[in-house]
Design a protein around this ligand. Structure first.
Ligand SMILES: [Zn+2]
Length: 417
Protein backbone atom coordinates (compact mmCIF):
# COMPACT_ATOMS: atom_id res chain seq x y z
CA UNK A 1 0.00 0.00 0.00
CA UNK A 2 1.10 3.56 -0.73
CA UNK A 3 1.38 6.09 2.13
CA UNK A 4 -1.75 7.93 1.04
CA UNK A 5 -3.70 4.67 1.13
CA UNK A 6 -2.65 4.14 4.74
CA UNK A 7 -3.79 7.67 5.55
CA UNK A 8 -7.08 7.05 3.73
CA UNK A 9 -7.78 3.98 5.86
CA UNK A 10 -6.60 5.74 9.02
CA UNK A 11 -9.20 8.47 8.39
CA UNK A 12 -11.95 5.87 7.89
CA UNK A 13 -10.81 4.00 11.00
CA UNK A 14 -10.80 7.17 13.15
CA UNK A 15 -14.28 8.14 11.96
CA UNK A 16 -15.66 4.69 12.83
CA UNK A 17 -13.87 4.34 16.15
CA UNK A 18 -14.86 7.78 17.42
CA UNK A 19 -18.48 7.14 16.43
CA UNK A 20 -18.52 3.79 18.22
CA UNK A 21 -16.84 5.27 21.30
CA UNK A 22 -19.30 8.18 21.50
CA UNK A 23 -22.33 5.94 21.02
CA UNK A 24 -21.06 3.53 23.65
CA UNK A 25 -20.76 6.41 26.14
CA UNK A 26 -24.27 7.61 25.27
CA UNK A 27 -25.57 4.09 25.80
CA UNK A 28 -23.85 3.75 29.20
CA UNK A 29 -25.14 7.10 30.34
CA UNK A 30 -28.63 6.31 29.15
CA UNK A 31 -28.67 3.02 31.03
CA UNK A 32 -27.51 4.73 34.22
CA UNK A 33 -30.59 6.95 34.09
CA UNK A 34 -32.31 4.00 35.79
CA UNK A 35 -29.66 3.55 38.50
CA UNK A 36 -30.81 3.92 42.11
CA UNK A 37 -30.86 7.58 43.16
CA UNK A 38 -28.51 8.51 46.05
CA UNK A 39 -30.39 9.27 49.27
CA UNK A 40 -29.41 12.95 49.36
CA UNK A 41 -31.06 13.45 45.96
CA UNK A 42 -34.25 11.52 46.60
CA UNK A 43 -36.26 14.61 47.44
CA UNK A 44 -35.66 16.16 44.01
CA UNK A 45 -38.27 14.34 41.95
CA UNK A 46 -41.61 13.04 43.15
CA UNK A 47 -42.50 9.72 41.45
CA UNK A 48 -44.66 11.33 38.74
CA UNK A 49 -41.95 13.84 37.97
CA UNK A 50 -39.28 11.16 37.84
CA UNK A 51 -41.33 9.44 35.16
CA UNK A 52 -41.46 12.65 33.15
CA UNK A 53 -37.74 13.29 33.63
CA UNK A 54 -36.95 9.79 32.33
CA UNK A 55 -39.28 10.23 29.38
CA UNK A 56 -37.50 13.50 28.58
CA UNK A 57 -34.08 11.84 28.59
CA UNK A 58 -35.48 8.90 26.61
CA UNK A 59 -36.75 11.21 23.91
CA UNK A 60 -33.37 12.96 23.75
CA UNK A 61 -31.51 9.69 23.61
CA UNK A 62 -33.52 8.38 20.68
CA UNK A 63 -33.30 11.73 18.91
CA UNK A 64 -29.50 11.89 19.28
CA UNK A 65 -29.17 8.27 18.20
CA UNK A 66 -30.80 9.04 14.83
CA UNK A 67 -29.06 12.40 14.52
CA UNK A 68 -25.56 11.02 15.19
CA UNK A 69 -26.15 7.97 13.03
CA UNK A 70 -27.16 10.06 10.02
CA UNK A 71 -24.19 12.40 10.44
CA UNK A 72 -21.81 9.54 10.86
CA UNK A 73 -22.93 7.90 7.60
CA UNK A 74 -22.81 11.17 5.69
CA UNK A 75 -19.27 11.89 6.93
CA UNK A 76 -18.21 8.34 6.17
CA UNK A 77 -19.55 8.58 2.60
CA UNK A 78 -17.84 11.97 2.12
CA UNK A 79 -14.42 10.56 3.07
CA UNK A 80 -14.84 7.03 1.69
CA UNK A 81 -15.76 8.39 -1.76
CA UNK A 82 -13.32 11.31 -1.41
CA UNK A 83 -16.07 13.83 -2.13
CA UNK A 84 -14.14 16.78 -0.64
CA UNK A 85 -11.22 16.03 -2.96
CA UNK A 86 -13.65 15.94 -5.87
CA UNK A 87 -15.09 19.27 -4.75
CA UNK A 88 -11.56 20.71 -4.63
CA UNK A 89 -10.74 19.49 -8.16
CA UNK A 90 -14.06 20.74 -9.53
CA UNK A 91 -13.62 24.19 -7.94
CA UNK A 92 -10.07 24.45 -9.29
CA UNK A 93 -11.39 24.30 -12.83
CA UNK A 94 -13.30 27.54 -12.19
CA UNK A 95 -11.28 29.45 -9.59
CA UNK A 96 -7.58 30.25 -9.98
CA UNK A 97 -7.22 32.65 -7.03
CA UNK A 98 -6.02 30.47 -4.13
CA UNK A 99 -7.74 32.34 -1.26
CA UNK A 100 -11.00 32.56 -3.20
CA UNK A 101 -10.76 28.82 -3.72
CA UNK A 102 -10.27 28.17 0.01
CA UNK A 103 -13.14 30.51 0.88
CA UNK A 104 -15.50 28.90 -1.65
CA UNK A 105 -14.50 25.43 -0.48
CA UNK A 106 -15.29 26.23 3.16
CA UNK A 107 -18.47 28.14 2.26
CA UNK A 108 -19.90 25.23 0.27
CA UNK A 109 -18.97 22.49 2.75
CA UNK A 110 -19.98 24.68 5.72
CA UNK A 111 -23.32 25.58 4.16
CA UNK A 112 -24.16 21.93 3.44
CA UNK A 113 -23.26 20.91 7.02
CA UNK A 114 -25.35 23.78 8.39
CA UNK A 115 -28.40 22.97 6.27
CA UNK A 116 -28.21 19.32 7.31
CA UNK A 117 -28.15 20.18 11.02
CA UNK A 118 -30.86 22.86 10.86
CA UNK A 119 -33.88 20.47 10.91
CA UNK A 120 -32.41 18.77 13.97
CA UNK A 121 -31.99 22.07 15.81
CA UNK A 122 -35.57 22.91 14.90
CA UNK A 123 -36.85 19.52 16.10
CA UNK A 124 -34.95 19.79 19.37
CA UNK A 125 -36.38 23.23 20.13
CA UNK A 126 -39.94 22.97 18.86
CA UNK A 127 -40.70 19.28 19.41
CA UNK A 128 -38.72 17.92 22.36
CA UNK A 129 -38.19 21.04 24.49
CA UNK A 130 -41.71 22.14 23.61
CA UNK A 131 -43.25 18.81 24.67
CA UNK A 132 -41.78 19.11 28.17
CA UNK A 133 -42.69 22.75 28.58
CA UNK A 134 -39.16 24.17 28.44
CA UNK A 135 -39.33 25.99 25.15
CA UNK A 136 -40.34 29.64 25.02
CA UNK A 137 -38.62 30.45 21.71
CA UNK A 138 -40.98 31.83 19.09
CA UNK A 139 -40.50 30.89 15.43
CA UNK A 140 -39.51 34.49 14.82
CA UNK A 141 -36.77 34.44 17.49
CA UNK A 142 -35.53 31.13 16.10
CA UNK A 143 -35.29 32.54 12.59
CA UNK A 144 -33.57 35.79 13.62
CA UNK A 145 -31.15 33.83 15.86
CA UNK A 146 -30.15 31.71 12.88
CA UNK A 147 -29.69 34.75 10.64
CA UNK A 148 -27.64 36.61 13.24
CA UNK A 149 -25.41 33.58 13.80
CA UNK A 150 -24.79 33.24 10.07
CA UNK A 151 -23.93 36.94 9.71
CA UNK A 152 -21.66 36.78 12.77
CA UNK A 153 -19.87 33.69 11.41
CA UNK A 154 -19.28 35.50 8.12
CA UNK A 155 -18.15 38.77 9.77
CA UNK A 156 -15.69 37.08 12.12
CA UNK A 157 -14.80 34.00 10.08
CA UNK A 158 -13.83 35.57 6.75
CA UNK A 159 -11.34 38.16 8.12
CA UNK A 160 -9.80 35.55 10.43
CA UNK A 161 -9.51 33.04 7.58
CA UNK A 162 -8.05 35.73 5.32
CA UNK A 163 -5.35 36.76 7.80
CA UNK A 164 -4.33 33.20 8.66
CA UNK A 165 -4.38 32.19 4.99
CA UNK A 166 -2.06 35.07 4.11
CA UNK A 167 0.35 34.17 6.88
CA UNK A 168 0.28 30.63 5.57
CA UNK A 169 1.07 31.65 2.00
CA UNK A 170 3.69 34.29 2.79
CA UNK A 171 5.45 33.04 5.92
CA UNK A 172 5.69 29.34 5.14
CA UNK A 173 7.13 27.17 7.88
CA UNK A 174 6.58 29.51 10.82
CA UNK A 175 3.11 30.67 9.89
CA UNK A 176 1.65 28.91 12.95
CA UNK A 177 3.33 31.33 15.37
CA UNK A 178 1.88 34.38 13.59
CA UNK A 179 -1.49 32.68 13.16
CA UNK A 180 -1.48 32.06 16.90
CA UNK A 181 -0.85 35.75 17.63
CA UNK A 182 -3.85 36.64 15.48
CA UNK A 183 -6.08 34.05 17.17
CA UNK A 184 -4.84 35.32 20.54
CA UNK A 185 -5.73 38.91 19.61
CA UNK A 186 -9.21 37.80 18.44
CA UNK A 187 -9.89 35.74 21.54
CA UNK A 188 -8.68 38.52 23.80
CA UNK A 189 -10.91 41.00 22.03
CA UNK A 190 -13.95 38.73 22.38
CA UNK A 191 -13.25 37.89 26.02
CA UNK A 192 -13.18 41.60 26.78
CA UNK A 193 -16.12 42.61 24.65
CA UNK A 194 -18.29 39.48 24.65
CA UNK A 195 -20.84 41.03 27.04
CA UNK A 196 -20.85 44.35 25.21
CA UNK A 197 -20.76 43.20 21.58
CA UNK A 198 -22.03 39.65 21.16
CA UNK A 199 -24.60 39.13 23.91
CA UNK A 200 -26.64 42.28 23.03
CA UNK A 201 -27.19 40.85 19.55
CA UNK A 202 -29.19 38.00 21.07
CA UNK A 203 -30.36 39.19 24.50
CA UNK A 204 -31.18 42.19 26.63
CA UNK A 205 -29.03 42.70 29.71
CA UNK A 206 -30.33 45.05 32.36
CA UNK A 207 -28.82 46.03 35.71
CA UNK A 208 -30.55 44.28 38.61
CA UNK A 209 -33.25 46.69 39.86
CA UNK A 210 -33.01 48.26 43.33
CA UNK A 211 -34.69 46.28 46.09
CA UNK A 212 -34.25 43.55 48.67
CA UNK A 213 -32.33 41.21 46.33
CA UNK A 214 -29.86 43.88 45.25
CA UNK A 215 -29.29 45.00 48.85
CA UNK A 216 -28.64 41.45 50.01
CA UNK A 217 -26.24 40.92 47.12
CA UNK A 218 -24.44 44.18 47.89
CA UNK A 219 -24.06 43.22 51.54
CA UNK A 220 -22.67 39.84 50.65
CA UNK A 221 -20.21 41.28 48.12
CA UNK A 222 -19.01 43.80 50.68
CA UNK A 223 -18.54 41.03 53.24
CA UNK A 224 -16.40 38.89 50.91
CA UNK A 225 -14.55 41.92 49.55
CA UNK A 226 -15.72 41.54 45.97
CA UNK A 227 -15.56 44.82 44.05
CA UNK A 228 -18.93 44.81 42.36
CA UNK A 229 -20.28 47.55 40.18
CA UNK A 230 -23.34 45.95 38.74
CA UNK A 231 -25.06 42.58 38.52
CA UNK A 232 -26.84 42.05 35.22
CA UNK A 233 -30.03 40.20 34.47
CA UNK A 234 -30.37 38.59 31.06
CA UNK A 235 -33.74 37.86 29.43
CA UNK A 236 -33.05 34.15 28.93
CA UNK A 237 -36.79 33.50 29.34
CA UNK A 238 -37.29 34.53 25.71
CA UNK A 239 -35.82 31.17 24.64
CA UNK A 240 -36.18 28.68 27.47
CA UNK A 241 -37.45 28.21 31.02
CA UNK A 242 -34.15 26.65 32.06
CA UNK A 243 -32.15 28.72 34.56
CA UNK A 244 -28.47 29.56 35.01
CA UNK A 245 -25.90 32.19 36.00
CA UNK A 246 -22.41 32.93 34.70
CA UNK A 247 -19.31 35.05 35.03
CA UNK A 248 -17.49 36.54 32.02
CA UNK A 249 -14.58 38.76 31.10
CA UNK A 250 -11.76 39.95 33.27
CA UNK A 251 -10.31 43.15 34.65
CA UNK A 252 -12.58 46.10 34.12
CA UNK A 253 -14.80 44.04 31.85
CA UNK A 254 -15.79 41.32 34.28
CA UNK A 255 -19.47 40.81 34.73
CA UNK A 256 -21.81 38.56 36.68
CA UNK A 257 -24.95 37.69 34.77
CA UNK A 258 -28.08 36.09 36.24
CA UNK A 259 -30.80 34.58 34.05
CA UNK A 260 -34.20 36.15 34.68
CA UNK A 261 -35.48 32.58 34.98
CA UNK A 262 -33.08 32.03 37.88
CA UNK A 263 -34.45 35.04 39.73
CA UNK A 264 -37.97 33.79 39.12
CA UNK A 265 -37.30 30.27 40.39
CA UNK A 266 -35.04 30.90 43.40
CA UNK A 267 -35.43 32.74 46.68
CA UNK A 268 -33.12 35.60 47.67
CA UNK A 269 -30.81 33.49 49.86
CA UNK A 270 -30.50 30.89 47.08
CA UNK A 271 -29.63 33.53 44.48
CA UNK A 272 -26.96 34.96 46.78
CA UNK A 273 -25.56 31.42 47.20
CA UNK A 274 -25.37 30.97 43.40
CA UNK A 275 -23.68 34.36 43.20
CA UNK A 276 -21.19 33.35 45.91
CA UNK A 277 -20.21 30.40 43.71
CA UNK A 278 -19.62 32.76 40.77
CA UNK A 279 -17.56 35.07 43.01
CA UNK A 280 -15.57 31.96 43.98
CA UNK A 281 -14.61 31.59 40.31
CA UNK A 282 -13.45 35.20 40.30
CA UNK A 283 -11.46 34.88 43.54
CA UNK A 284 -9.64 31.84 42.17
CA UNK A 285 -8.93 33.65 38.84
CA UNK A 286 -10.52 30.82 36.88
CA UNK A 287 -11.34 32.89 33.81
CA UNK A 288 -7.75 34.04 33.33
CA UNK A 289 -6.32 30.59 34.00
CA UNK A 290 -8.67 28.95 31.47
CA UNK A 291 -7.92 31.71 28.96
CA UNK A 292 -4.15 31.21 29.23
CA UNK A 293 -4.40 27.43 29.02
CA UNK A 294 -6.72 27.40 26.05
CA UNK A 295 -4.36 29.71 24.18
CA UNK A 296 -1.42 27.43 24.92
CA UNK A 297 -3.56 24.63 23.53
CA UNK A 298 -4.28 26.69 20.40
CA UNK A 299 -0.54 27.21 19.88
CA UNK A 300 0.06 23.46 20.10
CA UNK A 301 -2.87 22.73 17.76
CA UNK A 302 -1.67 25.27 15.18
CA UNK A 303 1.82 23.80 15.27
CA UNK A 304 0.47 20.30 14.55
CA UNK A 305 -1.77 21.80 11.86
CA UNK A 306 1.29 23.28 10.16
CA UNK A 307 2.67 19.76 9.80
CA UNK A 308 -0.49 18.63 7.99
CA UNK A 309 -0.72 21.45 5.49
CA UNK A 310 1.27 20.98 2.28
CA UNK A 311 1.50 17.20 2.60
CA UNK A 312 0.95 15.66 -0.79
CA UNK A 313 0.15 12.22 0.67
CA UNK A 314 -2.62 13.67 2.83
CA UNK A 315 -4.10 15.54 -0.13
CA UNK A 316 -4.10 12.27 -2.10
CA UNK A 317 -5.89 10.50 0.77
CA UNK A 318 -8.63 13.16 0.64
CA UNK A 319 -8.88 12.65 -3.13
CA UNK A 320 -7.10 15.59 -4.74
CA UNK A 321 -3.63 16.06 -6.21
CA UNK A 322 -2.86 19.53 -4.91
CA UNK A 323 -2.02 20.00 -1.22
CA UNK A 324 -3.68 23.17 0.06
CA UNK A 325 -4.65 25.14 3.12
CA UNK A 326 -8.26 23.94 3.17
CA UNK A 327 -7.49 20.27 2.48
CA UNK A 328 -4.87 20.45 5.26
CA UNK A 329 -7.42 21.81 7.75
CA UNK A 330 -10.09 19.23 6.82
CA UNK A 331 -7.77 16.23 7.14
CA UNK A 332 -6.24 17.67 10.28
CA UNK A 333 -9.72 17.90 11.84
CA UNK A 334 -10.05 14.13 11.62
CA UNK A 335 -6.49 12.91 12.11
CA UNK A 336 -6.09 15.13 15.17
CA UNK A 337 -9.45 14.12 16.71
CA UNK A 338 -8.08 11.49 19.16
CA UNK A 339 -5.68 14.09 20.57
CA UNK A 340 -8.35 16.78 20.72
CA UNK A 341 -10.61 14.36 22.63
CA UNK A 342 -7.83 13.81 25.15
CA UNK A 343 -7.27 17.56 25.43
CA UNK A 344 -10.97 18.19 26.00
CA UNK A 345 -11.06 15.49 28.71
CA UNK A 346 -8.19 17.34 30.38
CA UNK A 347 -10.03 20.65 30.15
CA UNK A 348 -13.20 19.11 31.60
CA UNK A 349 -11.19 17.66 34.47
CA UNK A 350 -9.79 21.09 35.20
CA UNK A 351 -13.21 22.68 34.89
CA UNK A 352 -14.69 20.23 37.43
CA UNK A 353 -11.79 21.07 39.74
CA UNK A 354 -12.58 24.78 39.37
CA UNK A 355 -16.24 24.12 40.12
CA UNK A 356 -15.16 22.38 43.32
CA UNK A 357 -13.04 25.38 44.28
CA UNK A 358 -15.93 27.76 43.60
CA UNK A 359 -18.24 25.57 45.72
CA UNK A 360 -15.59 25.55 48.42
CA UNK A 361 -15.67 29.35 48.44
CA UNK A 362 -19.43 29.20 49.01
CA UNK A 363 -18.88 26.68 51.80
CA UNK A 364 -16.36 28.91 53.57
CA UNK A 365 -18.80 31.79 53.40
CA UNK A 366 -21.66 29.82 54.95
CA UNK A 367 -23.62 29.52 51.73
CA UNK A 368 -23.67 25.71 51.56
CA UNK A 369 -27.24 25.12 52.69
CA UNK A 370 -28.68 27.75 50.38
CA UNK A 371 -26.51 26.58 47.49
CA UNK A 372 -27.62 22.97 47.97
CA UNK A 373 -31.26 24.13 47.96
CA UNK A 374 -30.61 26.16 44.81
CA UNK A 375 -28.79 23.34 42.99
CA UNK A 376 -31.58 20.91 43.83
CA UNK A 377 -34.23 23.31 42.61
CA UNK A 378 -32.34 23.95 39.39
CA UNK A 379 -31.86 20.23 38.81
CA UNK A 380 -35.57 19.70 39.30
CA UNK A 381 -36.65 22.43 36.92
CA UNK A 382 -34.05 21.42 34.31
CA UNK A 383 -34.86 17.67 34.54
CA UNK A 384 -31.17 16.95 35.21
CA UNK A 385 -29.75 13.44 34.96
CA UNK A 386 -29.04 12.62 38.63
CA UNK A 387 -26.96 9.48 38.13
CA UNK A 388 -24.69 10.06 35.11
CA UNK A 389 -22.26 7.27 34.24
CA UNK A 390 -18.74 7.92 35.68
CA UNK A 391 -17.08 7.45 32.28
CA UNK A 392 -19.52 9.88 30.70
CA UNK A 393 -18.72 12.40 33.45
CA UNK A 394 -14.97 12.05 32.80
CA UNK A 395 -15.36 12.69 29.07
CA UNK A 396 -18.11 15.32 28.89
CA UNK A 397 -18.95 16.90 32.24
CA UNK A 398 -17.68 20.41 32.92
CA UNK A 399 -19.35 20.32 36.37
CA UNK A 400 -19.17 17.53 38.94
CA UNK A 401 -22.42 15.53 39.21
CA UNK A 402 -24.89 16.91 41.72
CA UNK A 403 -24.39 14.22 44.40
CA UNK A 404 -20.66 14.95 44.46
CA UNK A 405 -21.23 18.68 44.84
CA UNK A 406 -23.71 18.10 47.65
CA UNK A 407 -21.34 15.65 49.29
CA UNK A 408 -18.61 18.28 49.27
CA UNK A 409 -20.85 21.19 50.28
CA UNK A 410 -22.45 19.36 53.19
CA UNK A 411 -19.39 17.31 54.21
CA UNK A 412 -21.75 14.39 54.15
CA UNK A 413 -21.41 10.98 52.51
CA UNK A 414 -24.27 10.60 50.08
CA UNK A 415 -24.97 6.90 49.57
CA UNK A 416 -27.10 4.87 47.27
CA UNK A 417 -29.36 2.51 49.17
ZN1 LIG B 1 -19.29 27.38 38.34
Amino acid sequence: MMTHEYIYWLIIFLLVISYVFEQYLEFLNHKSLYSPIPECLQDIYEPSMLEKQRAYHNDYYRFELKHECLFFFITLIVFAFQLLGKLDIWLRSYIQHEFLLTLTFFSISGLIAYLLSLPFTYYETFIIEQKYGFNTTTKRTFLTDQLKSIILTILIGIPLLWIIFHFYSSLGEYFWIYAWLVVLAFSMFFTFFYSKLIVPLFNKQTPLPEGELKDTIRNFCFKVNFPIREVYVIDASKRSKKANAYFTGFGKFKRIVLYDTLIEQLQTDEIVAVLSHEIGHYKHKHIIKTFVLSNVQTLFTLYILSLFINQKEIALAIGTHVPSFHIGIISFGILFSPISTIISIGFNYLSRLYENQADEFSFKNNQSDALIKALKKLSRTNYSHLTPHPLYVIVYYSHPPLYERIKQLSRYECHTN
